[in-house]
Design a protein around this ligand. Sequence first.
Ligand SMILES: Cc1cc2nc3c(=O)[nH]c(=O)nc-3n(C[C@H](O)[C@H](O)[C@H](O)COP(=O)(O)OP(=O)(O)OC[C@H]3O[C@@H](n4cnc5c(N)ncnc54)[C@H](O)[C@@H]3O)c2cc1C
Length: 428
Amino acid sequence: MPGRTTRDHHPEGETTMPTMSSTTPDLTPDYDALVQHFDEFAAAEVTPRVQHMESSPHTVERDLALLMAEQGWFGATISQQYGGMHAGHLAKTLMIQSMARASGAVGAILQASQLPVSMLIHFGSDEQKARLLPQIAAGDTLLSIAVTEENTGSHVLGMETTARRDGTDWIIDGSKAHIGNSHIAHVHCVVARTAPADEAGSRSLTAFLVEHDRKGLTVEPHQPALGLHGFSFGKLTFDGVRIPEANVIGEVGDGKDIAYSSSILYGRPNLAALSLGLHEAILECTTTFLSERERYGGTLADLPVLRDRVAVMKSRLMAARALAHQSALMLDHGQTCDGELINAKYLNDEWAVESGQTAMRLHGAHALRRDYLLQRLWRDIQCTYAPAGTGEVQRQRLAETEFGSPPIQWSQRLSAKTSLFPPTSAAA
Ligand SMILES: Cc1cc2nc3c(=O)[nH]c(=O)nc-3n(C[C@H](O)[C@H](O)[C@H](O)COP(=O)(O)OP(=O)(O)OC[C@H]3O[C@@H](n4cnc5c(N)ncnc54)[C@H](O)[C@@H]3O)c2cc1C
C-alpha cells in the first residue's frame, strides 16, 4: 500500500473536512492532496497491471479490488461512527476519476461496490448498519447492487425475479444481469418483486441482502465484454434462495425507492466520474500522439486544423469536469441536485464518447492496433452509457422536471445523511 491512506487525512474524531467554495469547481489544497494520493496509488498499483488485465479478458481482477478495499475507499461516504472515511461525494468522485484515468475497469470496480452503500446508509436497519458498514469501511465486505434483468433492462418495475414469504424467511427465484462486481461481491443487494405490479404499483418491489454463499445462488461464469477488461458485470441466478427476514432492506415495498435513490445519489455521480477519468486519458493520449508525430519539419500538433480539434475536446472535458465536480459538491452540501447529478452523468458519457471518436480519427491507422492505448479507452468508454440510466432515461428525467412533473428529489430527502457541510441558504 503506497504512502498514506486517505483515512490518515481524516482520522477518527477530526472535525476539519476538505474545504471548497460552493460556487467554484477549483480544487483547494485539501482536495489536491487527495488527488495526489489517488494518483500515486494508480501509478504504483494500477498502471503496472493494466497490460495483464487487457491481455486476459477472461479474468476478473480481484487483487486491485482488495488493495482498494484495504485503503478504506469503499467506505468513502460512510460516517466515522462506523469507521468510514466520511470524505464525501466529491472525494469519491476524485477517487473514481483517478482510477479510471489509469484503468476504466479499476474505476468501474471501485464505483460498483460504492453504489450499493447508499442502500444501507439511507434505508438499512440499525442492526444492518452496525454489522455491515464497519465491514465495508474496513474493506472486509464488498457489495453489489442487483436490479437489472435480462428481459426487462431499464424497465425496473417490470422485473420478474420474485421473493415470496415462507414462514419467517423469504425465498428468491429468478436472475439478474450485468451486475457490477458480480464475481467479487460478498453481499448482493438484490431488488425483487414481492407483489404483482398491478396490485401494489410502485410498492411491488423489495430490497434484500443476499450473501454470496447462500444455497441456490449461482454466479454464472465470467464473460469478457467489449471493454472494462478485469471488471465483472455478470449474471446471478437465484434458485429458491432462502434468506431471513432480517435481510430485508428498509420496509417491504421500498424496493423501487431504494433502487432509484441509489442510482440518483451514487450511480449518477459514480458513472460521471468513470467517464470523466476516461475522457482525461483520451485527451492526454491524443495530445501526446500529436506532439510526438513528426511532419513538415515540426509535429502534427503544429497544424491549426488539428489544434482546433483538440481545442474542442478540451472544451468538452473542462465542461464535463465542472459538471461532475459541482454536482458532487452540491450533494456534499446537502443541496437539492438530482437534476445536476443526472445531467453530469448524461453529458460526461456523451462528451467522452464524442472525444473518443475524434481521438480515434486523429490517430489515423495507429488506433486500430489491438495493443494501442487509445483502443482500450475507446472500448471502455462504450461501456458507460447503460449503467445508472441510459441517455434516453436521463433525458426523460430532465424533461419531467421541465414539464412540471418532477420526480421525487432524492437529494433533498436523503443527502443530509452523507453531507459534509451544513446546507446553505440556497438549499433551504
Ligand atoms: C458496465 C455496466 C455495469 C452495470 N452495472 C450494473 C449493476 O451494478 N447493477 C445493475 O442492476 N445493473 C447494472 N448494469 C445494467 C444497466 O443498469 C442496464 O444495462 C440499463 O439499465 C439498461 O438496460 P438494458 O441494457 O437492458 O437496455 P434496455 O432497457 O433494453 O434499453 C435498450 C435501449 O432502449 C432504450 N429504452 C429503454 N426503455 C426506454 C424508454 N422507456 N424510453 C426510451 N428509450 C428506452 C434504452 O435507452 C436503450 O437505448 C450495468 C451495465 C453495464 C454496461
